[in-house]
Structure formats: C-alpha cells, structure tokens
Design a binder for this molecule. Structure first.
Ligand code: GDP
Ligand code: MN
Length: 349
C-alpha cells in the first residue's frame, strides 16, 4: 500500500491508502446512465453503492446521457464519486422525439386513453422517448462507440453484496452477452401488439431466430402468445454488439416503424428481453444471482446463507423477489435446466 500526505486545517498527516485496486487488463466496458439533472441526488447513492461494492476495485468508466445539457453541479458531484473516467453526453434532438412517420393525433389519443385507464406512465411523452432511446439508441451515442460492454445503472438502485470479480470479464470469458438480476411480467396494456409485431418481424426475417433460442422463457405455448416475462432492464450488463448487430438493428427498426413506442407504451425491458431470448443462444443469457440488487419496489437478495454472508450482503433474504410467483426467474432456471439455490423453495410464495 502506498502512503499519501494529506493536509487538514494546516496539519499534515500521513495516511496509509488502503487501495487494493485491480491492476490487470480491463475490458472495453462502461457504466451508462440516462438521467435528468433533477435526478442527481437520487442517483448519487446508486453510484456510491456501485463504486463501494464493485467499481472502486476496477475503475471502469461511466457515461452519463441526457436530453438536456448536464449542469456544472451534476458533473462536479458525480465525477467525484466515480473511480473511472466520467463522460457526459447530450442526446441529439432527433433521437429524443417523435420519428417523422408517427401520427401525432393517434399518439395523443393513446396517451389520453391510457391516462383514463390509469396505466403507469400512460400519459407521458418523455417516458416514451426514454423507452425508445433505451431500446434502440443509447448504444449508438458517440460516447458509447469505444466500448464493447455496458452496465446500466439508474437513480435509486442499490447493490447489496460485494462483487469481487470483474463482471465484464466474466461475461466475455463465459460466452455471455446479456445479464440480468430480476425478471418479472409486463403490464399487458402497455404492449398490446408487441408480440404481433414480433411475429410479423420473424416472418419477414426468419434467419434471425437463433436455433437454440429461449422461446420457452417468453412463451408458454411454443410462440403463439407472449407470456409477459421480461428481464427488468433498469439493471443490464450486456454486450453492445448484441444491439449493434444485424438482427437487433432490423428488429428495432421494424418496431420503431410499427409505432408501438407511441401508439402503445412499449418499454425497453420487454423489447430487449424478447430480442435477447430470440436472437441469442440461450446459454448467452446470464442471471446474476449473487449481486444483490434493489430498484423500487423489488429486491434481489441471495437466499443462500453461504453466498449472502461471504459476499457481505446487507439485505434481508425474506425480501427476495427472485423465487416469488410474479417473478419469471424460476422459469428461467427451469427452462435452462439450471440448479436453483438449495433453499429457493422456502422463498417461493
Ligand atoms: P422507471 O424505473 O420505469 O420508473 O423509470 P425511471 O423514471 O427510473 O426512468 C428510467 C431511466 O430513464 C432513469 O435512469 C431516469 O433517470 C431516466 N429518465 C427518465 N425520463 C427521463 C427524461 O425525460 N430525461 C432524461 N435525461 N432521463 C430520463
Ligand atoms: Mn427507474
């Protein structure tokens, strides 16, 4: 350990810096957060948690994206917390708005109907811009182009456990391209025609359906209907090439022209999840069951005492959502013939 000299109120102290930062090769990877300036103080504990539990050991970069310029305050405060380089990107106006082919009246009528039906974010325009951006555009931002891997972080999230390995290297070395912590069922009213759109896409581009796909995770009847299962995309660790590749480029373009981001309220989570399940080899999708994760209102907390204690997790396994009825993660383990934690069934409700 190196010692460093610090000065406090004119007094000089020597401090043993307890830095055990990893010095080996790193992946071309970054954190990425789409965020408003007004989310700053909601975001800071997320960053602090990710840094304390993982990134302070590795020093990966962090890209912040916004449809408005970041304030000096935002830049100053976030860059003080991140151990890697921080980068601040402005989103092009034409990527944060309605594509020209969208019928404004039809889109407005949907928002009005969804407001009456009290569908969450149903009346919001900006939420739709956000979902479209996270679905098909974030990985094309100039600041993202130098990276191969990303980890998406949102305001208000927490990591509960120490992560003592490089998750990006883990992804590469184990042939993984999409990683999730929590899965759940989507509100059907927000994606009424997403499956119909997906089926017509597949009809037009059958070559993109992977022969070892995970259709049985997203459909219970061989692909006729979507079962609403999706990976909760407020957390994602993924390969940017997955989204930049031919299959997903064609799929996003198809969906974008279908208009469901605006005529319905398609979320980026079901869009990414369906794509990952159909275009990837099933072995390329990984459940990170060891991180411990929170995004309101669900917790992932390892239920196996050995895992939780050895990783110094500060969560209550009684709150774990993973094996509960509305989660799809039990299905994920079942269809992929993975071994569940030994006491998972005690937490299945
Ligand atoms: P929820 O998790 O589905 O409730 O949605 P959030 O409000 O957390 O939004 C998802 C992500 O997009 C978060 O990282 C937000 O900070 C970000 N976000 C949402 N709306 C906007 C917006 O209008 N502008 C910007 N720059 N970011 C946004
Ligand atoms: Mn959120």
């Amino acid at each position: 350990f190196a010692t460093r000299k610090i000065e406090l109120d004119g007094n000089v102290y020597h401090q043993l810096a307890a830095s055990t930062k990893y010095q080996g090769p790193k992946e071309k990877a970054t954190f990425v957060t789409l965020v408003r300036n007004s989310d700053l103080y909601e975001l800071l504990p997320s960053i602090k948690s990710v840094e304390d539990r993982f990134n302070s050991k590795f020093g990966y970069d962090w890209v912040f994206l916004n449809d408005e310029p970041f304030t000096e305050e935002f830049i100053k405060v976030t860059s003080a917390l991140v151990s890697g380089q921080t980068k601040y990107g402005l989103i092009d106006a034409d990527e944060w708005g309605f594509p020209p082919w969208i019928d404004q009246e039809k889109a407005a009528a949907t928002r009005e109907r969804m407001a009456q039906e009290k569908i969450i974010y149903g009346s919001s325009v900006s939420y739709r811009f956000m979902c479209r951006y996270e679905s098909g555009l974030f990985y094309r931002h100039p600041l993202m182009l130098e990276y191969d891997w990303y980890w998406r972080v949102e305001p208000g999230i927490r990591l509960y456990c120490d992560i003592d390995y490089d998750v990006f290297r883990f992804m590469r070395e184990n042939g993984k391209r999409y990683g999730f912590t929590i899965s759940i069922k989507e509100y059907e009213a927000t994606i009424a025609s997403l499956w119909e759109a997906t089926l017509s896409f597949l009809e037009q581009y059958p070559q993109y359906l992977h022969k070892n796909n995970m259709m049985d995770f997203i459909s219970d009847d061989g692909g006729r209907a979507y079962n609403l299962c999706h990976f909760w995309s407020n957390f994602e660790i993924g390969s940017l090439d997955l989204w930049r590749g031919d299959a997903y480029s064609a799929y996003f373009d198809f969906l974008d022209h279908w208009g469901g981001f605006f005529y319905e309220r398609w979320g980026d989570a079901p869009v990414h999840s369906i794509a990952a399940a159909l275009f990837l080899d099933r072995s390329e999708i990984h459940h990170f069951g060891d991180l411990g994760y929170f995004h309101i209102p669900f917790h992932q907390c390892p239920v196996d005492d050995d895992v939780r204690l050895s990783h110094r997790c500060d969560c209550n396994p009684g709150d774990d959502f993973t094996w509960q009825g509305y989660s799809c993660t039990t299905k994920f383990y079942t269809v992929n013939k993975l071994r569940k934690p030994r006491n998972w069934a005690e937490h299945a409700t």
